[in-house]
Design a protein around this ligand. Sequence first.
Ligand code: PMT
Length: 410
Amino acid sequence: MKSLQGKSIILGITGGIAAYKAAALTSKLTQKGAEVHVIMTSSAKQFITELTLQSLSKQKVYSDTFQERDPSSISHIDLADAADLVLIAPATANIIAKMAHGLADDMLSTTLLATTAPIMVAPAMNVHMYQHPAVLSNMDILYNRGVQFIEPGEGLLACGYVGKGRLEEPEEIVKVVENFFVLQKEKTSGPLAGKKVVITAGGTVERIDPVRYISNDSSGKMGFALARTARTMGAAVTLIAARTDEAPPRDAGIDLVRVQSAQEMHDAVMARWSECDILVKAAAVADYRPRESSDSKIKKSGSTMTLELVKTTDILESLGRIKDKQFLIGFAAETGNAEVYAKDKLVRKNLDLIVANDVAVEGAGFGTDTNIVKVYDAEGLVLDLPLASKDEVARRILRLAAERVTGALI
Ligand code: PMT
């Protein structure tokens, strides 16, 4: 079977010189089995003809919202409803702005508002336009709304400048589309399909005053990798993130909750606990917080200053006490003696698994893209992973969890 067989794709073509590449893109998507419904803007028609795209897609090409030929249907609504994916390639700064602000003044922009299908955008424009704050901010709005971008390549642009702005090659765009449908399939039939997974990430922030706080070096990378992977494996994910260095993933199906302190993380986790099947606590949570947090900046006075700290609630330990059907995974960040401390936490906090990482070892722990972990259950060591990417570490941990929760061998 062809990789895109049975998929209905709306290909939106907007008015830039790269519109000529849309012919190859239409042809390749069609050859892979997709039903390609082209919608062109009036400017796109200055660069490429409807007839070309109609011949390649073997489908009617649309451009005018008011040119309804079939009285029994309304084209932009029908197309919008039937689409598995809307791909805009090339996407000009103009269509990106219209999408970001909800304008609907032609067939393409109206269809984009009417569809609930996932949307992919492949921008192509002059390098300075691509870097313009207005364009960047519009792309940001769309990104945060779940639109997936296919970044333009670098090279000689039609305007004579060399830089970023050239439409990605049609073969590469087709690969992204194929990959999208593979991932989508995994999400509905993956080993964690139907499961609710809660992941915590980042370092909690315990306020001393409005300008100072106690925190730690967690970047959020380990938790983010777990959230993305759980989603790819089919779970509905809630990501509870404290302070992080990087932007959290915004994929559809990952519900992001931002918190600051250990207490806020505790409340956010507890609010989702009864619904949760698997909880992974990758966050680095403060063990102590200042007894008092001042509402105004604390002024410099004597040569020393004493900060009185009190214990925070141990979230994981509290969960371990009330655990019912949930599968509970903790992390242990140690600097030496990892095995002993991790096993102690496993028992004390009543966990199903504990992931020990020695954060003093190069390539492991805070801020890195890699980790080195050993995973224990009540019987002992169940997974020994030498240096691997945090994505791979996440995959192996969640596979273990999925096997134990669903009983299936993965
Ligand atoms: O974010 P990165 O830069 O990618 O770094 C990843 C990481 C090093 C933060 C991660 O791999 C990790 O080890 N996370 C756990 C850090 C930690 O707080 O470890 P701990 O040994 O102090 O705590 C043990 C467990 O109890 C942890 O799951 C922690 O979330 C939990 N805990 C701790 C204190 C507390 N008050 N409540 C808790 O729930």
